[in-house]
Design a binder for this molecule. Structure first.
Ligand code: BGC
Length: 717
C-alpha cells in the first residue's frame, strides 16, 4: 500500500462496517482484549501517564472519568493523546462518566423528575446534561438508570423513575433521546447506557448488592419494559447489573443478555459490566476464580469489563483453551469499535475547550433546572397554610436542611457545586415580601447528635407567625450503598418536628429526600406538607416560589408514599387480594398508603367530567377513543396531569389492580376546560406478557379510569 493511502479504518468516507472489519483484521488478540477493558482514571495526574504505562495502557478501550469539572477536560485529552499517539493502531478511547441528573447544572434526582410527569422536560434536562458533559470530553454517560423498585429502603430508588413500568418506559425513552440527541454523535450527543440490566431494584430487604428473586412474569411485566423502551429509542449501550438474579447473576446471565436483549430485541451495541461485577461472580458463588468469571461474563454477553481487569488477565488463555471462542471476542470488539466510529472519535479524538467548559451554569440551563425542579415538587397536604398569606409576617425557617444548598443536589452530582447552590434560606430571603422577616435556625443536625440544642429553633417557632420546617436527607443518604432499615427521619429530626408542633404554630413541612419519608407520627399536626426531593441547582428557587404562591405546584407522586416502613412493599399496581373487606389487612395499622401513586395537590381545583367512550366493544385491530373533560374550577392557572389506568378483572394470568397506560398534562387558565383523550390501541394497551414475554390479548371486560371516573368496555374477538 503506498504510504499516502490511509488504511480503510481511517477513511471517514468508508461505511462504518467496512472500517470496523478493516480495523479488527489488523488487531492482535491482546489489542482486542484491551478494547474490552475499562478502568477508572481516578485522580491520576495525566502528566505521569508515561510512568504508569502498565496500569493505563494506550490500547485500553475505555475509561471512567470523574473529578472536579475544572480538571476533566485536560485529563481526558491527555489520556486520549496517550491512546491515539502511543498505540500501534491509534484507536481512540471512550470516556464514560456517571452523568445521572446533570453535569454542571444539576436537575432533580430521577425519582423527582418522574413526579413532573413531563417527559419532554426530562428529555431537555438530559440534553442539557449531555451538552455540558460533552463539552468536558465525556462521550458516554452511565444513565439512564431504569431499574424497577418498590422498596424505598433501597437508596437507589432515588435514581429510578418510580414504580410504574409504563412511566419508567416513557422516561427511559425520553432520557435516551435527550442524552443522544436527534443525530447520534452530533453536537451535544453522548452515548446513553441503560442500567442496571436487570432486576437490581428487587434487592432483598432494600439491601444493596444482594440476591434478587424475580418471577419470569414479574420480570416481563415490571423490570423489562423500561429497558426495552430504551433499546427501541436507540440507546447505544447497556450496563449489566450487580444482582444475583434467581441464581444466575445478571452480569453472567445469557438468558437476559444474549437471548432477550440481543436475540429478541435486536440490540447491537456493547454491554458494559457494572463496577467489578465480573469479579463479584466469584463472591456470588457463580465462578471459582477470575478465569471462570471472565469467561462466563463474556460468553453471556458482557462485552466490556468495568474496573476489575479480569478480561485482560484471563480472556487470552480462555481463548487458547476454547472456553471462549475467538468469534465471541471479535463480536464484542466490533460492538465497541462501532460505537467509537459512530461517535466520530477517529476523526475528532480530542475535545476543545468551549463556552461550557468548567463554566458556572448560565441563566438558560439554570432556568431549565428550575422548571424541572418546580414541576417535580409535590404538594402532599395543604390545610390553608399555602401559599403563604400576607399575615404570616414573622416566618421561622427551621430544620437542618434550611440552609444546606448542597443537600438539594442529591446523589451522583460530582461536578455540581454546593457552594453554587442556593439554599432554601437564600431563596426565601431573596423573595421575602415587604414587611416579612425570616429567622433561620437549624434546630438539629441531620444525623444524630445528642449535643444538638433544639431550644433556639423552638424559641424561634414560638416567636413566629408560621414555621417552615425543612427536614429530610442529605445527598449521601440516597443513591448507591445507601440502604436504610427505616424511612423515618434520621437523628433528632423527628424530635424537632414534634417539639415545634407542640408550640401550636402553623407548620409547613418541607421534605428534602431521595425517597418517601415515614411521617405518620406527626402528619396530622402539619398544616402543609411538601415533598421537594433533592431538586438540584435550582430546587430552592422553585420551592420558594411555590411557598410564596408565585408558582402553582403540579407534581404528582411517581411512587406510593407508605405510612410506615413495615408496609413495604406497597405499590399501586399490585394484584387483587383473595378476600374482601378488611380480611387480610394489617391489624396494627391501616393497609392503605399515606399518599397514593399519582397523588398531588394544586393551588387550584380541577373537576373531571364523566368518562366517555366512543364504543362499548373493541376488536384487536380497532382503536377505542376515551375522553374526559377537565375544568379548572379554582382561582388560578394550574397544570393538571390526567392519568389513565386500566384494570382487566378476569384474565388467564391475574392482572394488577391498576395499570397506568397513558398520561397527559396541560396548563389550564381559571375557568378553562380541556378534553383529554386516550386512544386505546388494544394490542399495545390491553395485552399483557406471559412468563416468556409473549404478548396476549384476551377477550373480556376492561375497566378504564381517569380521575375518579371509570367506564367499562369489552375486547371482542
Ligand atoms: C454503579 C453504577 C455506576 C458505576 C460507575 C457502580 O458502582 O452501580 O451505577 O455507573 O459504578 O461509576
Amino acid at each position: 500500500m503506498p504510504a499516502d493511502i490511509q488504511p480503510a479504518y481511517r477513511q471517514a468516507s468508508q461505511p462504518i462496517e467496512a472500517r470496523v472489519a478493516d480495523l479488527l483484521g489488523r488487531m492482535t488478540l491482546e489489542e482486542k482484549i484491551d478494547q474490552l477493558h475499562q478502568c477508572g482514571i481516578g485522580d491520576t495526574n495525566p502528566n505521569n501517564l508515561a510512568a504508569r504505562a502498565d496500569e493505563f495502557r494506550a490500547t485500553y478501550g475505555s475509561f471512567i472519568i470523574g473529578g472536579p469539572a475544572e480538571t476533566v477536560l485536560a485529563t481526558r485529552n491527555a489520556f486520549q493523546r496517550h491512546a491515539v499517539a502511543d498505540s500501534r493502531l491509534g484507536i481512540p478511547a471512550l470516556f464514560g462518566a456517571d452523568v445521572i441528573h446533570g453535569y454542571r447544572t444539576i436537575t432533580p434526582i430521577p425519582l423527582a423528575q418522574a413526579c413532573s410527569w413531563n417527559p419532554e422536560l426530562v428529555r431537555q434536562g438530559c440534553a442539557l446534561a449531555a451538552a455540558e458533559a460533552k463539552a468536558h470530553g465525556i462521550d458516554w454517560t452511565f444513565a439512564p438508570m431504569v431499574d424497577h423498585c418498590v422498596d424505598p429502603r433501597w437508596g437507589r430508588i432515588a435514581e429510578t423513575f418510580g414504580e410504574s413500568p409504563f412511566a419508567s418506559a416513557i422516561f427511559s425513552a425520553a432520557a435516551v433521546r435527550g442524552f443522544q440527541g436527534e443525530a447520534f454523535g452530533g453536537p451535544g450527543s453522548i452515548a446513553a447506557c441503560l442500567k442496571h440490566y436487570v432486576g437490581y431494584g428487587a434487592s432483598e430487604g432494600g439491601r444493596d448488592y444482594v440476591y434478587t428473586e424475580i418471577s419470569s412474569q414479574t420480570m416481563w411485566e415490571m423490570h423489562l419494559p423500561a429497558f426495552e423502551a430504551g433499546v427501541r429509542a436507540g440507546a447505544r449501550t447497556l450496563m449489566s447489573a450487580f444482582n444475583d438474579l434467581n441464581g444466575t447473576p445478571a452480569s453472567a446471565n445469557a438468558y437476559t443478555l444474549n437471548e432477550i436483549l440481543r436475540r429478541r430485541w435486536g440490540f447491537a451495541g456493547p454491554v458494559v459490566s457494572d463496577w467489578n461485577s465480573v469479579l463479584q461472580l466469584i463472591r456470588q458463588g457463580f465462578a471459582a476464580d477470575g478465569a471462570e468469571a471472565a469467561a462466563k461474563a463474556l460468553n453471556a454477553g458482557v462485552d466490556i469489563d468495568m474496573a476489575d481487569g479480569l478480561y485482560r488477565q484471563h480472556i487470552a488463555a480462555q481463548v487458547a483453551t476454547g472456553r471462549v471462542q475467538l468469534a465471541t471476542v471479535d463480536e464484542a470488539v466490533r460492538r465497541v469499535l462501532r460505537l467509537k466510529f459512530e461517535l466520530g472519535l477517529f476523526e475528532h479524538p480530542y475535545t476543545e475547550a468551549g463556552v461550557l467548559t468548567a463554566a458556572a451554569p448560565g441563566a438558560t440551563p439554570l432556568a431549565l433546572a428550575e422548571e424541572l425542579a418546580g414541576g417535580s415538587i409535590v404538594l402532599l397536604k395543604n390545610h390553608g397554610a399555602l401559599p403563604l398569606v400576607a399575615s404570616a409576617k414573622r416566618i421561622a425557617l427551621l430544620g437542618p436542611l434550611a440552609s444546606n444548598g448542597g443537600a438539594l443536589l442529591g446523589c451522583w452530582t460530582q461536578q455540581g457545586k454546593a457552594a453554587e447552590t442556593p439554599s432554601i434560606a437564600d431563596a426565601l430571603k431573596e423573595r421575602l415580601p415587604p414587611g416579612a422577616t425570616l429567622r433561620v435556625e437549624p434546630g438539629c443536625s441531620i444525623h444524630s447528635a445528642a449535643t444538638d440544642d433544639l431550644t433556639p429553633a423552638i424559641t424561634a417557632a414560638r416567636e413566629s407567625d408560621l414555621v417552615i420546617l425543612c427536614v429530610g436527607e442529605d445527598a449521601g443518604m440516597s443513591g448507591e450503598n445507601a440502604s436504610r432499615t427505616t424511612l423515618k427521619l434520621a437523628g433528632r429530626q423527628e424530635e424537632l418536628v414534634q417539639a415545634v408542633a407542640a408550640t401550636g404554630k402553623p407548620i409547613v413541612l418541607v421534605i428534602i429526600s431521595g425517597r418517601p419519608i415515614e411521617i405518620q407520627a406527626y402528619v396530622e399536626k402539619m398544616n402543609a406538607i411538601i415533598a421537594a426531593w433533592a431538586g438540584g441547582s435550582r430546587a430552592a428557587a422553585a420551592l420558594a416560589d411555590i411557598l410564596l404562591g408565585r408558582r402553582n405546584p403540579s407534581g404528582r407522586l411517581a411512587i406510593t408514599w407508605p405510612r410506615t416502613t413495615g408496609q413495604i412493599p406497597l405499590y399501586h399496581n399490585t394484584r387483587p387480594r383473595a378476600r374482601p373487606g378488611d380480611e387480610g389487612e394489617y391489624r396494627d395499622a391501616p393497609t392503605t398508603p399515606l399518599y397514593e401513586f399519582a397523588y398531588g395537590l394544586s393551588y387550584t381545583t380541577f373537576t373531571y367530567s364523566a368518562l366517555r367512550l366512543d364504543r362499548a366493544e373493541v376488536k384487536a385491530g380497532d382503536t377505542l377513543i376515551a375522553e374526559v373533560t377537565v375544568a379548572n374550577t379554582g382561582p388560578r392557572e394550574g397544570c393538571e396531569t390526567v392519568f389513565w389506568f386500566i384494570r382487566d378483572p378476569a384474565a388467564s394470568i391475574t392482572r394488577p389492580l391498576q395499570e397506568l397506560k397513558h398520561f397527559e398534562q396541560a396548563r389550564l387558565a381559571p375557568g378553562a376546560s380541556r378534553v383529554f383523550r386516550f386512544e386505546v390501541v388494544p394490542r399495545r394497551d390491553l395485552s399483557f406478557p406471559d412468563a416468556d414475554g409473549r404478548r396476549i390479548l384476551e377477550p373480556g371486560a376492561i375497566i378504564l379510569t381517569a380521575g375518579r371516573s371509570s367506564a367499562t368496555f369489552s375486547v371482542v374477538p
